[in-house]
Design a protein around this ligand. Structure first.
Ligand SMILES: NC(=O)C1=CN([C@@H]2O[C@H](COP(=O)(O)OP(=O)(O)OC[C@H]3O[C@@H](n4cnc5c(N)ncnc54)[C@H](OP(=O)(O)O)[C@@H]3O)[C@@H](O)[C@H]2O)C=CC1
Ligand SMILES: CC(C)(CO)C(=O)C(=O)O
Length: 317
């Protein structure tokens, strides 16, 4: 939001709590990039208030709604609010940045499928406080319709134009962004990467780069990738030949990063495992494909976070 606003886009934020919205409205949104911090003024609303009140005109008329919550945050009231925002005057389009799969199908019960778009990004961002965010790494972003239009050139002119405008706006804000009509393929490609890196870093409590440090870890990574690839192919998803090389590259380029799942497990928060490895297990069952390593990491990751998600934290002595 800070980078889009700096590039001249008309942006508003929706925080979860009224408290955070008041903080953002009072003190501004601070963006940290390297050693530089810039503060910008972006009007903020809260989900808590919006879920109860009428939608303000500004949000009802939004061209694009960028959804950056985690999969486990997609509650029924949030889905209903997004449905209302995407149905307003002129009809907003919803761009979903989630890792994992399953959200497009859930959202399509509330938002017309023609207004649903998926984004896959390798940009890195970290919330530092209620009003501060760090841009932790530049990457690339692909956006496109969630359903249909698999054949290049078959999207409606309206979708094409909306997509072009969003790509242009994101590029102007400094995000290297590309349009795609094969988002399912791109989403699955990222899924296969996350399904290897995230659970293993979370369970072994290591940073991304340390996964490549031993043959035993590499063996587990390869078994997760082989099982995941078999499921993707059974689902009719073309899998790139160089996914393994991409995984090695991600681990090398983000060597010092704690993966999002490691961060969640270390803080005792619920993880996105159900929408990453869990989604692979669920689809494997449909096709009768054995995925013992995915099943095991799902159980272990879930067992490592207390059911209530209230405690957890560093390893016990
Ligand atoms: N961070 C990254 O670099 C990348 C993340 N992704 C994906 O993007 C998604 C978001 O990741 P990330 O930003 O790291 O996740 P975080 O958990 O850091 O941020 C999610 C935010 O959503 C807020 N939220 C939850 N529920 C609501 C609601 N009902 N209304 C408004 N806001 C809400 C949370 O607020 P609160 O804190 O108050 O609970 C939180 O600030 C995930 O699916 C992740 O896998 C993909 C690529 C890179
Ligand atoms: C690519 C990777 C593994 C980078 O940390 C990621 O997306 C995550 O942590 O969720």
């Amino acid at each position: 939001a800070a980078k889009l606003a700096a590039a001249g886009a008309d942006v508003a934020l929706v925080a979860r709590t009224e408290r955070q919205a008041a903080l953002l409205n009072g003190e501004g949104l601070a963006l940290r990039q390297g050693d530089t911090e810039t503060v910008c003024r972006v009007p903020a609303y809260s989900f808590e208030r919006l879920a109860e009140d009428r939608l303000p005109e500004r949000l009802e008329g939004a061209d694009w709604i960028m959804l950056t919550v985690k999969q486990q945050h997609l509650s029924e009231p949030l889905l209903a609010l997004l449905g209302a925002m995407a149905a307003g005057n002129g009809g907003g389009r919803l761009l979903c940045f989630q890792n994992g799969i399953g959200h497009a199908e859930r959202l399509s019960r509330f938002v017309h499928p023609s207004r649903l778009f998926l984004a896959v990004t390798t940009e890195g961002a970290k919330k530092l406080s209620g009003r501060e965010v760090a841009h932790t790494g530049a990457g690339s972003t692909w956006i496109g319709p969630a359903f249909g239009n698999d054949e290049p050139g078959t999207a409606s002119p309206e979708i094409d134009n909306a997509q072009k405008k969003a790509v242009k706006t994101l590029n102007e804000a400094g995000f290297r962004t590309f349009p795609s009509n094969q988002m399912m393929e791109i989403v699955w490609n990222k899924l296969l990467i996350n399904a290897v890196v995230n659970p293993l870093t979370a369970l072994l409590r290591v940073r991304n780069g340390e996964l490549l440090a031993t043959e035993r870890r590499i063996g587990l990574m390869r078994r997760l990738l082989d099982e995941g690839t078999a499921v993707a192919k059974a689902c009719g998803i073309p899998v790139r030949d160089d996914v393994w090389e991409q995984i090695v590259d991600v681990c090398a380029k983000t060597a010092d990063n704690a993966s999002s799942m490691l961060q969640d497990v270390s803080s005792g928060r619920p993880t996105e495992i159900d929408w990453i490895n869990g989604a692979i297990v669920e689809r494997a069952r449909r096709f009768g494909i054995p995925v013992p390593v995915h099943e095991t990491v799902c159980d272990l990751v879930k067992a490592s976070v207390p059911e209530s998600g209230q405690t957890g934290g560093p390893l016990s002595p």
